[in-house]
Design a binder for this molecule. Structure first.
Ligand code: FAD
Length: 504
């Protein structure tokens, strides 16, 4: 890169989770000791507009993000009221009373070059087991309410899982802001009322009080409105409502009535599903629903019926259109967070999509010539990642067997996207999952959800079938026993949180 063409300034429009994650990551990435000065970073946000005010559950890569920006775990957990998340318990998706768990870890070790799940699929086909969960350490830990960080020793059974957090995203943004400001990021408070554009590039944003902020690169973190990427540059939006009809949510926190469990609960309701997310200081609850199948008041009533205690805030009502921006990067604007698209939080993926978006931008960071090859690659990979998460979420609805509620019949009868149909066909044929680059969920995540919903492979690998069935069953029994004992040897989740609090 020619030094005289380098980006001198980055303006981040929006100070929600996306804006402050972008600011803290960029501040860290450009803080090269002894290197030349990085671009100036400015965050513009408006307290009167506020943030979306939800977003509490994450997936394991968030730990790499925190470590990359130098945020210590004990400090982070204390600042954000965080608890541990080992996965998601899905209730009532197949029928009332049904339950399955998607844990952050694989089902057992590889045996003779075959993923262990293949041996378990065979035991299922032979009628010897009815679920994979006893071979998922995080599922067993979650059921027992136990937690300790994974062992660093790859030979230990206690190395076979990962974890994420539940936390208050507003407090997370506040903590990130402190880090970013300490590293030199400038924050401007004010409402943007105008955006000046020249030849498909944003020149400046204009604040209500007349201040004008010019920049070489803009990161649009303005939330659903997509102030720059859509409002100014008209990047376009691909609407996925035909596959994912939920378009509203109502969120209602309540006080905790028991010690926090180390998992999210996602319970199917008449026209969508309800989340329960335990934090240290409260429980987050919300109902994601489709306005085509239930009205707002009935949705609120249904959510209230399931609450364990009286709510501590007024309902936060949200509207969204599931889909993605056709171009997440256009001209000199890169959209990150809700400005780049939205997928409902069934697998807690939005904050992760922010993280991967920022990572890609740093990898493909442009100079002021904005080489189109960088933009094309960024948009290709972003689109692909959004689509793969979309397919995973559609699978939950499409395969849900429940018969109560028109929404569920609609989702079952609705043909899935070709990409998902092909994935399901391969899984049904052989229990394999074809993954592309940048997929957030690996084979065993798919196996957990598909088998949890009652979809099992018709055949398993012939390499697995050669082994003696009784021996395979005996070995699987020993492994399940080992996993059960290992989980039981760990401390209570609540004890872990206490220890973390004391070390903050
Ligand atoms: P916002 O929070 O909306 O922030 C937008 C920012 O732009 C604000 O600072 C605002 O002031 C500023 N702004 C906008 N317009 C202007 C203007 N004109 N002038 C100046 N400033 C402006 N994600 C997860 O990972 N896990 C979850 O469990 C989860 N649950 C969710 C549940 C629901 C119902 C919804 C809707 C989302 C959920 N998310 C979840 C997503 C998560 O909340 C968002 O991805 C995340 O908070 C990022 O939001 P954001 O920063 O893009 O936008």
């Amino acid at each position: 890169m020619q030094d005289d063409r380098k980006i001198r300034s980055v303006a981040i429009v929006g100070g929600g989770t996306a804006g402050w994650m972008a600011a803290s990551a960029m501040a860290k990435a450009f803080a090269a000791p002894g290197g030349s000065a990085g671009p100036t970073i400015t965050v513009i946000e408006s307290e009167t507009i506020g943030t979306v005010g939800v977003g509490e559950a994450t997936i394991p890569p968030i730990r790499q993000f925190n470590s990359m920006i130098g945020l210590d775990e004990a400090d982070f957990m204390a600042a954000t009221g965080a608890t541990v998340k080992l996965g998601i318990a899905f209730h009532d998706w197949s029928a009332p009373g049904s339950r399955y768990f998607h844990g952050f870890g694989d089902f057992g070790p590889e045996v003779r070059g075959q993923a262990y799940r293949q041996h378990l699929f065979r035991l299922h086909a032979e009628g010897r087991i009815d679920s994979l969960e006893a071979w998922s350490l995080p599922s067993v830990m979650a059921a027992k309410g136990r937690f300790a960080p994974p062992s660093d020793d790859p030979r230990s059974v206690l190395s076979a899982y990962s974890y994420a957090y539940h936390f208050d995203a507003g407090l997370f943004a506040r903590r990130l802001r402190a880090l970013a400001e300490a590293a030199g990021t400038v924050r401007l408070e004010g409402r943007i009322v105008d955006v000046t554009v020249d030849a498909d590039r944003v020149q400046a944003v204009v604040l209500e009080d007349g201040r004008r902020v010019e920049s070489d690169l803009f990161i649009d973190c303005s939330g659903f409105r997509g102030l720059l990427i859509e409002g100014a540059l008209k990047a376009g939006y691909e609407d996925w409502t035909r596959w994912l009809p939920c378009d509203r949510a109502v969120a209602l926190p309540c006080p905790a009535t028991r010690a926090p469990v180390p998992y999210t609960a996602a319970t199917a309701l008449s026209a969508g599903w309800r989340w329960r997310i335990p934090l240290q200081h409260r429980v987050g609850n919300g109902y994601v629903y489709s306005s085509a199948f239930i009205d707002d008041q009935a949705a609120l009533d249904e959510l209230l019926q399931g609450l364990e205690a009286a709510p501590v805030a007024e309902p936060n009502r949200l509207r969204f259109v599931t889909g993605r921006r056709r171009m997440a990067w256009k001209g000199n604007v890169v959209a990150v967070g809700l400005a780049s698209g939205f997928l409902e939080p069934l697998e807690s993926t939005s904050i992760n999509l922010i993280q991967t978006g920022i990572g890609r931008l740093l990898e493909l960071f442009p100079d002021r010539d904005f080489d189109p090859a960088l933009l094309t690659e960024y948009n290709r990979r972003t689109a692909q990642e959004f689509e793969r998460v979309r397919d995973f979420i559609i699978a939950h609805y499409h395969l849900a067997g429940r018969s109560e509620g028109e929404l569920w019949r609609h989702c079952r009868d609705n043909a899935p996207p070709d990409t998902l149909a092909a994935k399901l066909e391969l899984f049904r044929a052989r229990g394999e999952v074809s993954l592309l680059e940048d997929e957030s969920f690996r084979e065993d995540s798919w196996a957990a959800v598909l088998t949890g919903l009652g979809v099992w492979p018709r055949r398993v690998s012939p390499l697995v079938q050669r082994l003696d069935l009784d021996q395979v069953q005996a070995q699987a029994g020993r492994l399940a026993d080992l996993i059960g004992r290992a989980a039981a040897s760990l401390p209570d989740h609540a004890a872990y949180l206490d220890a973390r609090r004391r070390s903050a």
